[in-house]
Design a protein around this ligand. Structure first.
Ligand code: GCU
Length: 671
């Protein structure tokens, strides 16, 4: 159930009178989101307050709660008063009048409003409210990297809930439960198969299975999307080519698309990873990325679908070339194509230019595509962030990116306004997060990781929301209202990303993990001397990527003038991104007055110390959390405390051995 536990709350007498006793659900079709809303209200009130409420479909006037769309309300209940303009998927929640009104612009909106109301009640909040809530963006997607054999790429919560043995699964119970969780945080589409796509998703049997999955998601207002393998016409369809401009290829994709929409008339669209990390793409035929994106865009357009085309395109590089820089790849590939993409193409851009690192500057591509729709790509699955064995509440990282002002044309240009489409007046925009839940009962592999999924949904709806407030809602819904529980988990979670940054890689050096395969555990040596381009350029005297225009890769010049000038100059580059932009001696002094190397030593100690407090903080909640979850979390935090020491020592020793510079506090090399 995740945060939708509807666990009983003590009721101090007065609350029953504030709770609705009968509900009018304005759509009697069982597969409609409004109907689902009614069931959810019934279960929620029963669970939280032990109160049974009757549901009817017509008795609008005599019910104490009404849920439906604006149109349904007008039809069954008469005119509505005081509701401001609602945008697509928006809702109106009014608990001030005689009866509670939950009115959606559409059915999805009504369901979202219902979850909002239930979230208040489950948090013991009986405040009288009346307000409208509208989404900041229409793309609020999740991506699952599920393989057809049931494994999940970078998934840490067990095997797939969608696939096994190259087929879709028969029992869709978990799919329904996932749908419920996602709908409660207003996610409106899910791509169910890995971006490294296996074309066998397109067999008729599997498409039948996809249709069944889509049927389960639909009542929750969630559309299903599919990842495509660009070479499918050849490797799967038996054609001699997969050239996106070849007539037989176009026809092949038309047929496939028709077969999909015949089964899933509301399919959300395609997600495409091409010309990236060995995946086939248009470059094989010297075609542009726009040629590829537009091929699919034209196919799904008549059905109302969109194409999410990933910006994660880069080539292997040579570290001996000082100006080679993977961080530049996205702008190099996409900027020149601005204006060439069809209007139902959305470029899906990872938040930073490399790959979900513990700290990256916002991708400069956001500032370079004013005539193209964009969405930001985030990760809920903690690929580089401890893979669910470490508590890392990631929302504060996302917020730093959202709130970055890229100053396009010297005007305020927050990333959140660019990605939602507001800044450049794009109709489409928003976000996609790689989630990777599995069959594990905790979904992601550990209970505390679920704050990231919850926060993702909340911030996809409103990226201006506060990461800590969102977190507190999640804690109350998940672990109850006890003050100490809420304060403690809030403190641990808010400390967790900064701590992880301190013990895994700071000053913008990236997550110093094993980048060659596992992306887990410390391995600073693996960063350099390979073609992947996640380099640190560390040698005996100096460290960091010189990304300046004057002396380095030129990456800083991909930002608009004001931001470029800030990063170009070492004096104005924030310390936390120093080594991202500049190559300096270990003895270089930071703004804090410390040298780079001493900062490394100290930060790794501070970060690991903080991580070691998590276990004691958690243990102070003994007796306030059920034994099963208490012990499950306890085990992870115990491990994290120890592993943070492994990180600390591995990295400090590595740079001590490399630089030969002693630790002023005489810890490194002496343990
Ligand atoms: C990372 C990740 C891969 C994934 C890729 C992507 O590199 O490690 O597993 O396929 O990102 O986002 O496409």
């Amino acid at each position: 159930d995740g945060w939708l536990r509807y666990a009983p709350l003590p009721c101090s007498g007065h609350c029953h009178s504030s709770l609705p006793s009968s509900i009018a659900v304005l759509n009697a079709t069982e597969t409609s989101p409004v109907y689902v809303a009614g069931t959810e209200l019934q279960n929620g009130l029963k669970g939280v307050y032990g109160k049974h409420v009757k549901v009817s479909h017509t008795k609008c006037k005599s019910s104490s709660l009404v849920v439906g769309t604006l149109d349904q309300y007008r039809e069954h209940c008469g005119p509505v008063h005081g509701v401001p303009e609602l945008e697509e998927d928006g809702f109106w929640l009014n608990t001030k009048g005689k009866n509670v009104q939950i009115i959606g612009q559409n059915e999805k909106g009504a369901l979202y409003g219902t979850f909002e109301y239930l979230s208040m009640l489950a948090q013991g909040n009986f405040t009288k409210v009346s307000y409208a809530s509208n989404p900041a963006a229409n793309i609020r997607w999740v991506n699952q990297w599920d393989n057809m054999d049931g494994s999940i790429e970078r998934g840490f919560g067990g095997p797939s809930i969608f696939f096994e043995k190259n087929r879709t699964v028969e029992d869709l119970t978990r799919v329904r439960e996932y749908a419920r969780l996602l709908a409660s945080v207003r996610i409106n589409a899910v791509v169910i198969n890995n971006v490294n796509a296996n074309p066998i998703i397109l067999t008729p049997e599997n498409l039948d299975g996809v249709a069944q999955i889509a049927d389960v998601f639909r009542p929750y207002g969630i559309q299903v999307g599919l990842s495509l393998n660009f070479a499918s016409p050849q490797t799967f369809g038996g054609l001699s080519t997969f050239d996106p401009l070849d007539a037989s290829v176009i026809e092949w994709w038309s047929k496939i698309t028709a077969q999909i929409y015949e089964r899933v008339p509301d399919m959300a669209g395609y997600l495409v990873k091409a010309d990236s990390e060995g995946q086939p793409g248009p470059q094989t035929y010297n075609r542009t990325l726009a040629d590829a994106a537009n091929l699919f865009a034209k196919e799904v357009k008549p059905y109302g679908g969109i194409v999410m085309y990933r910006a994660f395109v880069y080539n292997q590089l040579d570290e001996n070339v000082w100006t080679d820089d993977r961080a530049k790849a996205a702008v190099d590939f996409f900027k020149k194509l601005d204006g060439e993409f069809d209007d139902n193409v959305v470029i899906q851009i990872k938040y930073g230019p490399i790959d979900f690192q513990v700290r990256e500057p916002a991708s400069p591509l956001f500032a370079n595509l004013p005539k193209t729709s964009m969405a930001i790509e985030l990760q809920v699955t903690q690929e580089y962030l401890g893979q669910q064995s470490h508590l890392v509440y990631v929302a504060p990282l996302w917020k730093e990116i959202f709130d970055t002002d890229l100053r396009v044309d010297h005007k305020p240009s927050l990333v959140r306004d660019i990605m939602t489409g507001k800044r450049f007046n794009r109709k489409l925009g928003g976000s996609a997060a790689v989630v990777n839940v599995g069959t594990n009962t905790t979904w992601l592999g550990s209970h505390l990781s679920m704050s990231n999924l919850y926060a993702y949904g909340r911030l996809a709806w409103n990226p201006a929301d506060d990461a800590e407030e969102v977190l507190k809602d999640w804690i109350r819904l998940t672990f109850g209202l006890d003050r100490k529980v809420v304060d403690t988990i809030t403190r641990m979670s808010m400390e967790s990303w900064p701590a992880y940054e301190q013990y895994s890689g700071n000053l913008g050096i990236q997550t110093l993990t094993d980048i060659l395969y596992t992306h887990y555990g410390p391995n600073p040596a693996s960063q350099d001397n390979n073609g992947w381009g996640q380099w640190t350029r560390a040698d005996h005297t100096s460290i960091g990527m010189d990304r300046t225009v004057s002396n380095g890769t030129g990456y800083s010049g991909q930002y608009p003038e004001e931001v470029a000038a800030m990063y170009e100059n070492i004096e104005t580059t924030p310390d936390n991104l120093l080594l991202w932009f500049h190559h300096v001696n270990y003895t270089h002094r930071l703004k804090s007055g410390k040298t780079v190397i001493q900062h490394f030593y100290d930060a790794h100690y501070t970060g690991a110390e903080t991580a070691q407090t998590f276990l004691t903080q958690w243990e102070s909640l003994h007796g306030k959390i059920d034994t099963e979850r208490f012990n499950h979390v306890r085990r992870f935090l115990d491990y994290q405390g120890g592993h943070s020491i492994v990180w600390r020592d591995a990295i400090n020793d590595f740079y001590y051995n490399l630089s030969g510079i002693p630790d002023e506090a005489k810890r490194v090399g002496h343990h």
